[in-house]
Design a protein around this ligand. Structure first.
Ligand code: GLY
Length: 303
């Protein structure tokens, strides 16, 4: 069963054209993550970071280039990375003008004594560690400018970017990791931070159990502590798919919001669940890459 990788490209209701672009994007990200995971000595941590970076660089996802815009029309990103051996984690929030926020989160984990650095502090930290600062506006796409206009005018036009991008993996050594990145919610108040960089909300992992990543409406996910709710069910021995489905359903029943999640158990069992209409996802294990824009509908390729 080992290694195994699951990724998602965000839970939310998007039109068919965007859904197809996301399907292609998660397949590319899964292949990139798998390349690192399946090689000799491949680490779960490197694989989840690589898969998330691919989606941050693809403007069809709400992360990095293509992030949704806040009320002022700016991109502010949140990201998290965690490894399940020593429970080390790093995160950034409300961060601007970097191409790959997930890699700054990894620098926070590996080069600082902190877990979460926000706003200007996150940008200063990134610059001090050699991460180039982009020109203001470099991450903004026309699609998201239109989405923000639609949200401001309460029109139903382009589906606003929603969700997060995320990856969970277990490697051949049984090490687990999770990574997430997001632009948050379209039209958010500047400075707003969602679930993504919060341990137990956006993601969590421990090699004794497995790894979990959430996506969807951040305030609802935070109220339901979605990642830790799934994780704790897995810890009690609930099968990973049941744990993810039950927890997403609990979130929706209890908060009225919608969300999705992916998970992998330490022995390589995989889960994909969502209460949104769609969620792009991909899994790789046992020589097969499966991907879809809804759980239960999938394309399969040998890898
Ligand atoms: N789940 C992403 C956010 O709401 O920020």
């Amino acid at each position: 069963m080992l290694p195994a990788l699951v990724i998602h490209g965000g839970a939310g209701d998007v039109d068919e054209k965007r859904a197809l672009a996301k399907l292609k994007g998660v397949q590319i990200a899964a292949r990139e993550g798998w390349k690192l995971l399946n090689q000799s000595g491949g680490s779960a941590l490197d694989a989840v970071e690589a898969a998330v970076r691919v989606m941050e660089d693809d403007e069809n996802f709400n992360a990095g280039t293509g992030s949704v815009l806040n009320l002022d029309g700016d991109v502010e990103m949140d990201a998290l990375i965690m490894e399940g051996h020593k429970l080390n984690a790093g995160a950034v929030a409300a961060m601007r003008d970097v191409k790959n926020a997930v890699s700054v989160a990894r620098l926070v984990m590996e080069k600082s004594e902190h877990i979460l650095i926000v706003g200007q502090g996150a940008n200063r930290f990134a610059e001090a560690h050699g991460v180039p600062r982009l020109e203001p506006g470099a991450l903004i796409t026309d699609y998201e400018i239109n989405c923000l206009e639609d949200v401001k005018n309460k029109r139903k036009g382009n589906a606003p970017g929603v969700g997060t991008v995320g990856a969970v993996a277990v490697d051949k050594e049984g090490r687990v990791a999770v990574a997430l990145s997001t632009g948050g919610t379209c039209g958010k108040t500047p400075g707003r931070v969602g679930d993504t960089p919060l341990l137990g909300c956006g993601g969590y992992c421990d090699e004794a159990v497995g790894a979990v990543a959430s996506t969807g409406h951040g305030e609802s996910i935070t109220k339901a502590c979605l990642a830790s709710t799934i994780f704790n069910l897995m810890k009690q021995g609930v099968p990973v798919q049941d744990a993810a489905e039950q927890s997403c359903e609990f979130l929706t029943a209890r908060t009225g919001g919608t969300a999705g999640a992916i998970a992998v158990s330490k022995d390589g069992h995989l889960a994909v669940a969502h209460t949104t209409d769609k969620m792009s996802w991909a899994t790789v294990s046992n020589g097969e890459l499966r991907a879809g824009v809804k759980w239960g509908e999938e394309v399969v390729e040998k890898i």
